[in-house]
Design a protein around this ligand. Structure first.
Ligand SMILES: Cc1ncc(COP(=O)(O)O)c(C=O)c1O
Length: 297
């Protein structure tokens, strides 16, 4: 067994194709198409205080990703919710993430997609370092810009994440937390695992419009909903350039794993006064209030 597998803490439980299994030994077949072709989609859902956040948004996006790749939902949304909650219970998770992956299953290796595939469904749950997330929220993060080397359907949440992992690792080497990916027109698409936002000098919040070039972030959607109910925080959904980002008053990222996190520098240049901004803080408060209300409902 490799060091990585040995380092999985015992006591964790995973879900694989209808069974709850010890995490350290949970596997799919070596000829699973998810492994061989990244022929698979996934979701990551935050768990806060034992509650799944934005469950409906994640389940709906899973349906859209599967549909785009001509795969069926492996079970009804309500059943998915039951499995996710059971996994949270079995792992005694308070704050963390549920990871859910659906692959086209195990077949003799062939590029041609099999008809009526028997999908593999797997889920894991893991705790989150809440203190580390809150530190990032209070101190802000650095981002660097890197070329967007991904394919033409970034709206499908597939596990074909090699360009994302390479860019995020390069960002870490450069002392930044995240990379913002830049298209051939020098416009920012999104982060490697988060949507990108700026606040212009006039106080307008800008995030890229939905298209095949970015993932429709569930947190992004939640933030847009939260912003609808307030005045004084206008939003534009449009591409923005690296230059516009560098001269922005503020910036932040949104994702299920971190919520709203302020960006304080881009490519080593401080944004505004180099401290987390008031708009990002307000957006975090509004989004948190919205998710708390949804969980309580
Ligand atoms: C490329 C990319 N963009 C955006 C996001 C943010 O999406 P969400 O808010 O649904 O987590 C993610 C999340 O993993 C991502 O991988």
């Amino acid at each position: 067994m490799s060091n990585h597998r040995r380092s999985f803490p015992s006591g964790r439980i995973a879900y694989v194709n209808g069974r709850y299994l010890p995490h350290a030994g949970a596997c799919v077949h070596i000829e699973d198409r998810g492994l061989q072709f990244a022929d698979s989609v996934y979701e990551v859902c935050a768990v806060l205080d034992g509650h799944l956040i934005d469950e409906q948004g994640h389940t709906e996006r899973l349906g859209r990703s599967l549909n785009a790749l001509q795969m069926e939902m492996p079970m009804r949304p309500a059943a998915l919710g039951i499995v996710m909650r059971e996994l949270i219970r079995r792992n005694r998770l308070r704050n963390g993430l549920v990871y859910l992956q659906v692959t086209r299953g195990a077949y003799r290796r062939d590029h041609v997609i099999p008809g009526n595939p028997e999908l593999s469904v797997m889920m894991t749950a893991r705790s989150m370092n809440v203190a580390a997330v809150e530190k990032r929220r209070s101190e802000g993060i650095a981002v660097v810009t890197l070329p967007d080397l991904r394919w033409g359907r970034c709206d499908i949440k597939t596990t074909g994440l090699l360009p994302n992992t390479l860019a995020k690792s390069e960002a870490r080497k450069r002392g930044a937390f995240e990379a913002w990916l830049v298209d051939s027109d020098f416009m920012i698409t999104e982060g490697t695992s988060a949507n990108a936002w700026i606040v212009t000098g006039d106080g307008v919040l800008v995030t890229r419009n939905l298209s095949h070039n970015i993932l429709a972030g569930v947190t992004r959607a939640g933030v847009l909903t939260a912003l609808k109910s307030v005045t004084g925080l206008p939003v534009e959904q449009r591409p923005f350039s690296v230059d516009e980002a560098l001269t922005a008053k503020e910036a932040f990222i949104t994702s299920a794993s971190g919520g709203v996190i302020p960006v304080v520098s881009i490519d080593g240049k401080p944004l505004g006064d180099g401290k987390p901004g008031a708009v990002a803080r307000k957006v975090h408060e509004l989004y948190s209030r919205l998710t708390a209300a949804t969980v309580a409902a």
